[in-house]
Design a protein. Structure first.
Length: 309
């Protein structure tokens, strides 16, 4: 992975001949104390770019504390900037603003009963390279959709959304149980009733049958991608294929177009079975999603039938 020292007009290291330049000794007390400078925290550059903190380090040349971060648009490239420069104000036509400011999503306000560090650690579990569908995007989309639709998630529902795919291995039948068990570690200080309800909601995502009232909203959020625009729905299907390709190839011995056709057949069968239910979406807040979701399912079922005709 490449690491680049992000320079700026203001020098990030004072000239060696500057007698007023700060001197660093590697003392832990020299490190920044800002609680937002933690791994995974999203930041916004004053010019608009989106970044995420990777961690705190030191510049080898003079032991100056530095922030290591990555651009959201290119996570493969790491940037390094002296901590005091990262945090300093810059002059703009609108006045002085921070060079980088924390950019915590407003849709995650329902998780404010948890330390942000805990939330970021769970989200990081979704970033493993083999995840293409059950990834961070899916979790954040669920929170965004709840916020956009004016749905106030209670603590159990918010915990369940955050954790329901925290453990995911393609083809494993224990993903939901393992994810539910993780809630005890993620929210040890939450009320027992909150943790128990959150765990049950996560377990309900396996069958998409609500066994408690709180599950219905989360199940609707989890299925929301079925109602996406056709091109987005097809992209999600390709993400599911990418996530399951290796396992399906190992189990069937198929490759290439034959493997893709077998995946399409299996996905169509799964979704067609789901469509036999009287309602895909269980709450009034998502009633508008029923028709587009059923149209997408009908389209993929028809395509699967044509490929085997």
């Amino acid at each position: 992975m490449a690491i680049r020292h992000a320079g700026c007009r203001t020098m990030t290291q004072p000239p060696a001949n500057n007698p007023s330049a700060p001197v660093f000794h590697g003392d832990p007390a020299e490190l920044p104390t800002d609680p937002d400078l933690i791994a995974g925290m999203p930041y916004r550059h004053y010019k608009g770019g989106a970044y995420a903190v990777v961690g705190i380090g030191r510049l080898e040349a003079d032991l100056a504390p530095a922030v290591v971060y990555r651009a959201m648009r290119d996570p493969s490239l790491l940037w390094v900037r002296r901590a005091d420069v990262f945090a300093e104000p810059v002059a703009t036509p609108q006045g002085q603003v921070p060079r980088f400011a924390p950019d915590w999503p407003v849709a995650l306000a329902c998780l404010d009963f948890l330390p942000r560090k805990s939330v970021l650690e769970v989200l990081a579990l979704h970033d493993t390279p083999y995840r293409h569908y059950h990834d961070r995007r899916h979790i954040l989309e669920m929170f965004d959709a709840a916020h956009a639709r004016g749905i106030a998630l209670d603590r159990a529902q918010a915990l369940a959304v955050l954790c329901h795919d925290a453990v995911y291995v393609a083809g494993c039948e224990h993903n939901e149980a393992a994810s539910a068990a993780l809630i005890e570690t993620v929210a040890p200080d939450a009320d027992r009733a909150v943790r128990d309800h959150a765990a049950q909601i996560v377990l309900d995502t396996r069958t998409h049958i609500a066994t408690i009232a709180e599950s219905a909203t989360v199940l609707d959020l989890d299925l929301l991608r079925l109602a996406a625009a056709p091109d987005a729905f097809d992209a999600h299907s390709q993400d599911v294929f990418a996530e399951n390709r290796a396992l399906l190839a190992a189990r069937t011995g198929l490759q290439g177009e034959a493997l893709q056709a077998e995946f399409l057949r299996r996905r169509a069968a799964f979704l067609n079975k789901l469509a036999q239910r009287p309602e895909l979406f269980l709450t009034d807040a998502f009633a508008d999603c029923e028709a587009p979701a059923r149209a997408n399912i009908a389209r993929i079922v028809s395509a699967a039938g044509a490929s085997h005709g």
